[in-house]
Design a binder for this molecule. Structure first.
Ligand SMILES: Nc1ncnc2c1ncn2[C@@H]1O[C@H](COP(=O)(O)OP(=O)(O)OP(=O)(O)O)[C@@H](O)[C@H]1O
Length: 363
């Protein structure tokens, strides 16, 4: 099922939770809605579900080209899973999954034999066959969330909507369920949309990531695109770890990290990811000096907290072998250049790619 969101806005009182949102989700895609708290992720998901209506006359929602903007949720063929699994406590796993099938309109309702076959198939799909007769309180959080998924899938929806589906679970179970959900999505060929504020979850799981900020879409792209080619200062800072510097741009040259009075030019914001720095113990033209504040060696990469002469504290990551070559200790001076940087105007706009920046740093 292809989902098209066209110019949709949503206002609560005077507050605009969604501001003219446009988005196409292709059939079979797994898409993440990612953004900080209050950015409008849940509101957008609820509008797609039919649990919330967009502002009257504000826009349209199409499913496979058909206008469903005002179609009730029960007639959209969508399955939902929410953060708090909301299973029926007095029903077994089996009954929870069967519930949606038993209450379907008579015209659509399956025979008892077919309902049983469908529930058994779902129990197998979510790997809970041995737990069919248990009650929700006898299950772990991850198992309960899989029951919620089976229940959502029982009506054979073409669209699966998930709101922070793993939010209440611990990190290890979350990771397991993520991998499992990806497999399930591919196996049954659904179109799935899930809300998360966890960037790792979005980047690992989704085909495409929609980054929301204050009710607007900042960027839509594959995980690689939003990570490696962020199109705004917001996306650059929101996805992955990044250092932010004040800088001055003159043509294709950018200066930052220096205490010298910055030469005349346009004030810009410069972002460099920790692994994009090159460190040297020898001064050179494109490097600025910084003092090593702390060295953390636990983990695959060494983390170095450095202080530039400008007073800006920043993080560099290098491999342990490189650290031993540099023989750095806390308090030493190191010369820093950036292999790659991203540069934005003060109001968050990126320079057009037509004007490539030389990776020039320092004085
Ligand atoms: N029913 C409502 N009445 C008034 N304001 C609302 C309502 N629902 C949402 N909002 C407001 O709209 C904004 C967007 O809310 P939404 O739940 O979509 O954000 P979110 O990105 O999902 O956030 P979170 O990650 O915290 O769940 C928030 O500022 C929220 O307070």
């Amino acid at each position: 099922m292809r989902i098209e969101v066209i110019e949709i806005s949503k206002t609560f009182g005077k507050f605009r939770a969604l501001d003219r949102v446009n988005l196409t989700i292709h059939a079979g895609e797994l898409v993440a809605l990612l953004g900080p708290s209050g950015s409008g992720k849940t509101t957008l998901l609820r509008i797609i579900a039919g649990l919330e209506a967009p502002d009257p006359g504000s826009g349209r929602l199409l499913f496979d080209g058909k206008d469903v903007t005002y179609r009730p949720a029960s007639q959209r063929g969508v399955g939902f899973v929410f953060q708090h699994y909301a299973l029926f406590r007095h029903m077994t796993v089996y009954e929870n999954i069967a519930f949606g099938l038993r209450v379907q309109r008579r015209r659509l309702r399956l025979s008892p034999g077919d309902i049983d076959a469908r529930v058994r198939e779902l129990l197998r799909l979510v790997q809970l066959e041995p737990f069919a007769e248990r009650y929700p309180h006898q299950l772990s959080g991850g198992q309960r969330q899989r029951v919620a998924l089976a229940r959502a899938l029982a009506i054979r929806p073409q669209v699966l909507l998930l709101d922070e589906p793993f939010g209440a679970l611990d990190a290890k179970v979350r990771r397991q369920l993520r991998t499992w959900l990806r497999g399930l999505h591919d196996e049954i060929g659904l179109t799935s949309v899930f809300v998360t504020h966890d960037q790792d979850e979005a980047l690992e799981l989704a085909d495409r990531v929609v980054v929301l900020n204050a009710g607007r879409i900042e960027q839509v792209g594959t995980p690689e695109e939003v990570y490696h080619q962020p199109q705004s200062a917001f996306v650059t800072e929101f996805i992955g770890t990044v250092n932010r510097f004040r800088g001055i741009r003159r043509g294709s040259r950018v200066e930052f990290g220096t205490s010298e009075a910055l030469s005349a030019g346009e004030e810009v914001v410069v972002f460099v990811r920790p692994h994009e720095f090159a460190l040297s113990t020898i001064p050179h033209k494109h490097a600025f000096p910084a003092v090593v504040q702390r060295i953390h060696t636990a983990g695959g990469l060494v983390k170095l907290w450095l202080m530039a002469q400008s007073g800006e504290l920043f993080l560099a990551e290098i491999d342990p072998h490189h650290l031993s070559q540099l023989a750095l200790a806390e308090g030493d001076t190191v010369y820093v250049s950036a292999r790659q940087l991203r540069c934005f105007t003060e109001d968050g706009h990126q320079y057009p790619p037509a004007e490539p920046l030389r990776a020039a740093v320092g004085q």
